[in-house]
Design a protein around this ligand. Structure first.
Ligand code: ATP
Ligand code: LTN
Length: 334
């Protein structure tokens, strides 16, 4: 809470190509929240280096992600859109919170287990304490709400546990954040294996729709999407592939599953796939066009980067000063 405005924080990693899952499950739900909340949307480049990155590539992707935030409809004059690495408070608070987090808690994190298995040659301490940096992101701004996909709930729970533990010792320092899960598109599944979530790190490019895919690619990927042999369009657990297509269609057209099932009643999977592809193309086209415009406007983007880093830093420092005093760091003499 800042004054009487509630604070919202969320972030996304600048690793890999963003997918339709990232858009429908996260970005899309962030739009239009800045009237109600003071919103912080970070490009979490510090989290990105928990896996090895090519420096030029990371720099480019981080900036692209900032463009995408704006192109998707976030207003950078209202919401604080910034790079995590520009505000050193994230690293400072993360260190402090590391000292209030148990290894037993971190050992339970499923994302760590998954990523450690995937990057067996580089299981670094940063990957292990990733959730603590995420807790620092959220607590640094005293966030009341955190929009995240279902896969990030465990990290939000550990954030709450760390904050409560800290508050119990030092008094009410941190706001305890609540999750905020959007309805539509909460979990977009892989087009090649509908039991698995669509993920930007999937090796099979046909499994994911990337936000940069052109219309032909989108149509082709949906044509190849895995369905089943039931030959009937229904919204049910037994047909995860078809259900995923219906979910995507609904998220793109704002229809309910019942409406969609009625619309496609008696039709074949080919018709459904064509309609889903078309709905996705019309959602992505304006975003892709806007990204192209923003890429040309370097001066504008530079100003946003500078001003928002300063804004974020101002709020971050307020919390940090309080935390440092509470834990007993000596006062700085100026
Ligand atoms: P990676 O494959 O590198 O783990 P990812 O595609 O799973 O990446 P993240 O960077 O972990 O994406 O997530 C960014 C945001 O997008 C998070 O809020 C996450 O919950 C959401 N998200 C990611 N994948 C999906 C999905 N398939 N459906 C809905 N939301 C998703
Ligand atoms: N771990 C998240 C990204 C992330 C985040 C955050 C999300 C980093 N810090 C703070 C919400 C709030 C992810 O991989 N999606």
């Amino acid at each position: 809470m800042i004054g009487d405005t509630k604070v919202l924080f969320s972030g996304m990693q600048a690793t890999g190509n963003l997918t339709l899952g990232n858009y429908l499950g996260a970005l899309k739900n962030w739009v239009n929240l800045s009237d109600e909340y003071l919103c912080f949307y970070s490009v979490v480049d510090m989290h990105s280096i928990t896996v090895r990155q090519d420096p030029a590539e990371l720099r480019k992707r981080a900036r692209n992600l900032l463009h995408l935030y704006i192109a998707a409809g976030l207003d950078p004059e209202k919401a604080v859109i910034y790079f995590q690495s520009h505000v050193s408070g994230h690293a400072e608070l993360a260190w402090i919170l590391n000292c209030f987090t148990y290894m037993g808690e971190l050992n339970r994190m499923t994302q760590f287990k998954d990523k450690a298995a995937k990057h067996a040659d580089n299981i670094n301490a940063g990957l292990y304490t990733y959730p603590v940096l995420m807790a620092a992101d959220i607590l640094l701004y005293q966030a009341d709400v955190v929009p995240v996909g279902a896969d990030q709930m465990q990290h939000l729970e550990i954030t709450r546990d760390i904050a409560q533990r800290f508050n119990k010792i030092y008094g009410d320092v941190f706001t305890i954040p609540e999750p905020f899960i959007g309805k539509a598109g909460a979990r977009v599944m892989s087009l090649q294996n509908p039991e698995k979530k669509m993920s930007k790190s999937d090796e099979n490019p046909n499994a994911s729709i990337y936000l940069t895919d052109d219309p032909d690619t989108i149509v082709r990927k949906f044509k190849r999407a895995v369905t089943d042999s039931e030959g009937m369009i229904a919204y049910r657990d037994e047909q995860p592939g078809v259900r995923n297509l219906l979910d995507i269609y609904c998220a793109c057209t704002n229809h309910t599953p019942e409406e969609a099932v009625n619309e496609f009643a008696g039709q074949g999977y080919g018709t459904l796939k064509g309609a889903v592809a078309e709905s996705v193309v019309s959602v992505l086209r304006p975003i892709q066009d806007r990204v192209k415009e923003l890429e040309k406007d370097k001066a504008y983007i530079d100003r946003i980067i500078k001003e928002n880093a300063e804004k974020a830093e101002y709020y971050a420092n307020k919390t940090l000063r309080k935390v440092k005093r509470k834990i007993g760091y000596p006062d700085r003499i100026r």
